[in-house]
Design a binder for this molecule. Structure first.
Ligand SMILES: C[S@@+](CC[C@H](N)C(=O)[O-])C[C@H]1O[C@@H](n2cnc3c(N)ncnc32)[C@H](O)[C@@H]1O
Length: 218
């Protein structure tokens, strides 16, 4: 995997990508899968939705999203992790509606007004800000007018507000970009890129959240 941002902690591959979900369930004492299930439910996925998942990893979120689709629905995941892509393909080898491609989400993408929903889950916090802006531009362009962009990631908070048992692991595990991410006004950023914020569902007391924004039509 080509690493463009050596100081980022999201360009994961190898063993970490292989055991990603298990590790997160361990760290959250088994709460991770329920959290993802609830967040995906909050996306209000319709049976024929076309969904683009930016930084789709091993297809863990896609496993929850696909349950809402009928044969007309589609999921396209993009990622750069060799192990992540291999695991994603193995999970959906019998379902041609769910595919993954090896593409960077912070470089211009070819999709234009094709998707009803774009999700990015625990990717954007780990990118330098100009790369995040490229990801947001990609999401905007890929969405149909009126389509929804979902950012599932950390909330906005001061590190000092976190309880100690969360603050220390966050400080130890996260990269400098994540510290920058939690301090920004993400609704305002999305407005600057032509979105109107439509939802802000908090989980784990606001430590994580599902931010939802609509691509303005016209
Ligand atoms: C923390 S994992 C999250 C995976 C998945 N979205 C989830 O929530 O389970 C971050 C993922 O982003 C991918 N990634 C990091 N930088 C990327 C980039 N520039 N383009 C595409 N994928 C990227 C990594 O390979 C990894 O699979």
């Amino acid at each position: 995997m080509e690493e463009l941002y050596p100081r980022s902690h999201i360009e994961i591959d190898g063993t970490l990508a292989r055991y990603y979900e298990q590790l997160l369930n361990l760290i959250t004492l088994g709460k991770y899968s329920k959290f993802i299930e609830n967040a995906i439910q909050a996306m209000d996925i319709q049976p024929e939705d076309r969904i683009l998942d930016l930084g789709a990893g091993t297809g863990y979120n896609a496993e929850y999203m696909v349950k809402y689709l009928n044969t007309g629905g589609r999921i396209l995941g993009l990622d750069i992790s060799r192990v992540g892509i291999e695991r994603f393909r193995n999970k959906f080898q019998t379902n041609p509606s769910v595919r993954v491609e090896n593409r960077r989400v912070d470089k211009p993408l070819p999709y234009d007004s094709e998707f009803d929903k774009v999700l990015t889950s625990f990717v954007i916090h780990g990118l330098p800000h100009p790369a995040r802006e490229n990801l947001i531009k990609n999401a905007f362009k890929a969405l149909k007018p009126g389509g929804k962009f979902f950012i599932l990631d950390y909330g906005e908070f001061e590190l000092s507000e976190l309880p100690l048992h969360v603050r220390f692991p966050f400080r130890a595990a996260e990269c400098e970009y994540a510290f920058d991410y939690i301090s920004r006004d993400w609704k305002a950023i999305l407005v600057d890129f032509g979105f109107s914020p439509t939802g802000n569902q908090k989980y784990f007391d606001g430590f994580t959240r599902l931010l939802e924004a609509k691509k303005q039509s016209g």
